[in-house]
Design a protein around this ligand. Structure first.
Ligand SMILES: Cc1cc2nc3c(=O)[nH]c(=O)nc-3n(C[C@H](O)[C@H](O)[C@H](O)COP(=O)(O)OP(=O)(O)OC[C@H]3O[C@@H](n4cnc5c(N)ncnc54)[C@H](O)[C@@H]3O)c2cc1C
Ligand code: FES
Length: 255
């Protein structure tokens, strides 16, 4: 069994970096080692019972003794998280989940990210050479600042729904363009983001005979495979997103 830790981490930094994301940095030696992109952390937001359940967040970046996450404020948990300050303690469990495939042979890696799928795919593109990182947002103000993308080893192409930067429309439009320009048999797609986006990506991949995998992020309770609260429908039966995933191959997922 893979080793996991439940650590009292200390917040080093917590700030808003653009219209969409906050960045939280905390110190922890064990949680910063031997991480596969796509793995996640389960964070106890408060010491009390509110909110009762931990909240899952992907690894965004690690350095010795430090972990960074990027998060969007959506509900009560992330609202409270956004109020944490330097020096505050935080109980953090991890690393959890399987993570993305890193070895894909000679194929070209195409990463398709949206929303909460951006942090794990930037992490992957920083650590493993990728050909394309496609990012979809509503507008320019939501795209990560360049400083957060400068270590990415991939061509970054953005799509905005309002056309304020890059391709106007959904990120799947950019994916179709890449597929037209490349030899589709040589591509391998990895995606994370809203389910509607991932389903559209999988449909395009199926039409073009391209293999890939998706991080199927379900809401989670225990995060360690015990409560069966995060089940994903796969062709070989129900699987636990937290322990068997969150990354599943396109061929495994029920479209
Ligand atoms: C494996 C995994 C990795 C994740 N990584 C990140 C990350 O790196 N950055 C980030 O900002 N968020 C990430 N999330 C989502 C994050 O866990 C939720 O946004 C968070 O739990 C919301 O908590 P809350 O109390 O603020 O909102 P809640 O009150 O719990 O929910 C607010 C709204 O968000 C929706 N929501 C909650 N969880 C999810 C989910 N998993 N998928 C889609 N919608 C959801 C709810 O349905 C509701 O509409 C990840 C989730 C998973 C499962
Ligand atoms: S969250 Fe409990 S089994 Fe996945």
């Amino acid at each position: 069994m893979k080793k996991r830790f439940d650590e009292k981490a200390i917040v080093l930094e917590n700030r808003r970096i653009n219209d969409r994301y906050y960045k939280l940095v905390f110190s922890s030696a064990p949680l910063s080692r031997n991480i596969r992109p796509g793995q996640f952390l389960h964070i106890r937001i408060n010491e009390g019972q509110d909110p009762y359940l931990r909240r899952p967040f992907s690894y965004f970046r690690t350095s010795p003794g430090k972990v960074e996450i990027l998060y969007e404020v959506l509900g009560r948990g992330t609202l409270i998280l956004a109020e944490k300050s330097k020096g505050d303690p935080l109980m953090v469990m991890g690393p959890l989940g399987n993570g993305f495939r890193t070895a894909i042979g000679k194929r070209k890696r195409v990463l398709v990210a949206g929303g909460i799928g951006v942090p794990p795919l930037v992490n992957l593109a920083e650590q493993f050479s990728s050909d394309y990182l496609l990012i979809g947002t509503k507008s320019k103000a939501e795209i990560l600042p360049m400083a957060e993308l400068k270590k990415v080893k991939a061509k970054v192409l953005c799509a905005t729904e309002d056309g304020s930067v890059g391709f106007k429309g959904f990120v799947t439009g950019v994916l179709e363009k890449v597929i037209r320009e490349e030899d589709s048999r040589q591509l391998f797609i990895q995606t994370c983001g809203p389910k509607s986006m991932m389903k559209a990506v999988m449909a395009i991949a199926a039409k073009n005979g391209i293999e890939g995998e998706a991080s199927w992020d379900e809401s989670m309770a225990c995060g360690v495979g015990a409560c069966l609260g995060c089940m994903v429908d796969t062709k070989t039966g129900l699987k636990r997103a937290c322990a068997d995933g969150p990354v599943f191959s396109f061929s495994e997922l029920v479209p």
